[in-house]
Design a protein around this ligand. Structure first.
Ligand code: MSP
Length: 501
């Protein structure tokens, strides 16, 4: 049986204007999905939109359109952006689709039949912006706007019943919540008694949601609905073969602000329904701008589209992946973007390709030279490349993407040093055969780096490989063929002159 790999992003609020935070998680998932595809895993990559809830209903009322029309008009903002960012998702879920509504109702009925949903009156403090009841302590924290007291009869999910089972699960499964500090945060949170979760909204207050199958006066709380998207697409309740192939997911990628919903609500829901838990919930940090979370209200949002239009998609993907240590926050500045671009992409990587192709065009009529026997230096580069591939895979499987990239770039710098030492531009005048070996060795080492970096920069790497006139995405030494004609090219990453900005 082939190996399978299933990765998800959060489903984004359809109302939001897409920004770098959304783009980041989606690019991250895309890079990981492309990496596993390259390793021949049968890969399933899911992203989508969260379309129910109060905020959507309110926005639709303000625009004087039906909520579904509002969603349909907003959704392309995300869909188009993913297209522009070369996101290779295999499915796109919208929570207003029939297929999802059916699964949510099936799931709710199951949990209800298991005796884990009850009706109760509840008086509490309600945050309109968060769309949930909050504790008094939370109300004091000043993190919530629009708090009001609300008395309501609602349905509750017996989350408390699964508290000790969840704690035990987290303790026995080291990789379930990553990175480790997030796991500790959740274990700390679970030291306090867990409250039950209000999972309904009376239609009299909010009707933009999925109707409860056991009481049509109510719709489902938006988070309870949204989390289920991750199993909807696997064929849960409909196609057991498909479901067994993809579920449990290998990774739910999320931002740290939605950790509790994913690491507490979701697993307890699954425990009640008797569905296995996802293998890993991975929470990344935030992109900050001048150390404040990028957000619409602060007005410091970097628009990914502006950057793409100016500098291209792949440099933006590269920067986001290289600069964030997964699990920590990272600072986005235009200045650091340009520095990173110029040093890694223009100077080290792109220049190496230009050096190679210029010399081959000038001295070998544009044909990849033959290799005579490998000397010590060439053998060393070859053996470092074999080590590099192993380290790369190891870093990727530990989600140390920045390290995987940095080690690849260090190897690129090694190749450049090898050229400086061997000076093929001089050698061609004395010994065309030896110079040919140097050029082939440099080109082959560069090809391997390019193949490793292709999940991060799919488009530019495709150009590089076509310049080297190879389709080989083999990560082993020897993919390049001598005697093939090199393609013409413009600089792969033209230098950005920061004085002209
Ligand atoms: N709809 C919910 C998720 C439901 S999943 C079943 C939601 N949507 S969201 O659109 O508000 O945010 C989605 C993700 O974007 C979160 O993981 C959040 O952490 C991430 N980001 C939003 N701003 C961010 C940054 N400035 N930096 C990095 N990611 C951040 O929550």
């Amino acid at each position: 049986m082939s190996k399978s790999f299933y990765i998800t992003t959060p489903i984004y609020y359809v109302n939001d204007k897409p920004h770098i935070g959304h783009a980041y998680t989606t690019i991250l998932a895309d890079v990981i999905a492309r990496f596993y595809r390259q390793l021949d895993y049968d890969t399933f990559f899911l992203t989508g939109l969260d379309e129910h809830g109060q905020k959507v209903q309110e926005a639709a009322i303000n625009r004087q359109v039906e909520p579904q029309v509002h969603c349909d008009e907003m959704a392309p903002r995300f869909i188009d952006l993913w297209d522009k960012l070369h996101i290779s998702n295999d499915d796109f879920i919208r929570t207003t689709e029939q297929r999802h509504k059916k699964v949510v109702q099936y799931f709710l009925q199951l949990v209800f039949d298991n005796g884990d949903i009850y009706k109760d009156e509840y008086t509490g403090l309600y945050s309109v912006s968060e769309e949930r009841f909050i504790t008094e302590k939370e109300a004091e924290s000043e993190n919530f706007r629009d708090i009001k007291e609300l008395k309501e009869i609602n349905y509750f999910f017996k989350m408390s019943k699964f508290q000790s089972q969840l704690v035990e699960y987290i303790e026995n499964n080291e990789n379930f919540i990553q990175p480790i500090h997030r796991r500790n945060e959740i274990l700390g949170f679970l030291k306090q008694p867990l409250a039950d979760l209000c999972i309904s909204r009376p239609k009299s207050r909010l009707n933009w949601g999925i109707e409860l199958p056991f009481d049509t006066d109510y719709v489902t709380y938006v988070w309870f609905d949204a989390l289920i998207n991750y199993i909807t697409v696997t064929g849960y309740g409909k196609d057991d073969n498909l479901y067994n192939k993809w579920w449990p997911a290998n990774y739910h990628l999320i931002g740290k602000d939605i950790l509790t919903t994913h690491a507490v609500y979701w697993p307890t829901m699954l425990l009640s329904a008797g569905v296995p838990l996802p293998k890993t919930i991975f929470a990344h940090g935030w992109w900050l701008s001048e150390s404040a979370k990028m957000s619409k209200s602060i007005g410091n949002v970097v628009n990914p589209l502006d950057l793409i239009e100016k500098y291209g998609v792949d440099p933006v993907r590269y920067y986001l992946m290289r600069e964030m240590v997964l699990g920590q926050d990272a600072n986005f500045t235009l200045d650091s973007f340009i520095k990173r671009y110029n040093s890694d992409l223009a100077n080290d990587f792109g220049n190496l390709l230009s050096r190679i192709s210029t010399l081959i065009n000038k001295n070998y009529d544009g044909y990849m030279p033959e290799v005579s026997s490998l000397g010590d230096k060439e053998k060393r580069l070859k053996s470092i490349s074999i080590e590099l591939v192993k380290k790369f895979d190891n870093n990727m499987s530990r989600m140390s993407i920045n390290e995987a990239i940095e080690e690849t770039l260090q190897f690129v710098r090694n190749i450049n040093r090898y050229f400086e030492h061997m000076a093929p531009w001089k050698l061609v005048k004395e010994d065309l055969k030896s110079a040919g070996t140097v050029l082939y060795t440099g080109a082959e080492a560069l090809r391997i780096c390019a193949v490793l970096l292709s999940p991060i920069m799919p488009q530019r790497i495709q150009i590089l490989l076509s310049v080297l006139n190879t389709e080989s995405v083999d990560r082993n030494w020897g993919g390049l063929k001598s005697g093939t004609r090199l393609g013409d090219h413009k600089p792969l990453f033209p230098r950005i002159n920061s004085d002209n900005l």
